[in-house]
Structure formats: C-alpha cells, structure tokens
Design a protein around this ligand. Structure first.
Ligand SMILES: [Zn+2]
Length: 121
C-alpha cells in the first residue's frame, strides 16, 4: 500500500491509500475501486461517487451538502458509520466491508464501532 499525503487549501492534512496494483482506496469504506485519486495532493476532490455512496467533494463539503460537517476527515467518519449500519444486516455484506476497512487500518469492534489500529500510516 502506498500513502499519498494531501493538504487542502484550508490546511487540513490527510492521507489517501493506493494499492500495489495502482487502485486508490475509498477513504470512507476502504474499497479499492478508483483509478483516479479521490483527492489530489492539493486536497481537491475527484467528484467520483464510491459504491458506498460517498461523493468526494460533495459529501465532505458543508457548502455543498446540508448534512456535511466541517473537516473532510470528519465527514468520512460520519459516512462510515452509515455504511457500517447499512451493511450490518447480512453476514456477507459485513465481511466484505470489514475486508475493505482493513485497507484503511480500521477494524470493527464487537459492537461494530470502527477502531483505527494506527493513526498515521
Ligand atoms: Zn467508499
């Protein structure tokens, strides 16, 4: 996994992950489904929509989405809880999501609370 460091114009720093075979992971659900980076190094978004429903540049922007909160990463966390809830009803959906979240270093605790194993990788 490669780590790409991004900093927005507002000064928020976060990382985007790219798999060895060149696919970018969704920072919300971990799905490695993007050929283009969801965010560039200057923090600008691709405006692609992930299979988890999150639109980069829209669902992370209070100027665009009424539900969005301040801070891109806060919106990833906000949306991730929805994705977990949505996938918690069948075992196979949940296993699939858990596998993707592992890409982000996130594990689900027994009560489905997302836990980050290591903050800065
Ligand atoms: Zn996603």
């Amino acid at each position: 996994m490669k780590t790409i460091h991004c900093v927005t114009q507002e000064g928020e720093a976060f990382t985007i992950l790219k798999t060895e075979d060149g696919m970018y992971c969704c920072p919300v659900c971990g799905s490695p489904e993007f050929k283009e980076a969801p965010y560039n190094e200057d923090g600008t978004a691709s405006f692609e929509i992930c299979s988890c429903g999150f639109e980069f540049g829209y669902d992370d922007s209070p100027l665009a989405s009424g539900e969005a909160v301040e801070g891109i990463e806060n919106n990833w966390d906000r949306w991730r809880l929805k994705v977990i809830e949505k996938n918690s009803h069948t075992k196979s959906d949940l296993e699939n999501l858990e596998n993707n979240l592992k890409n982000l270093g996130i594990e689900l605790a027994f009560d489905l609370i997302p836990v980050k194993r290591n903050e800065n990788t």
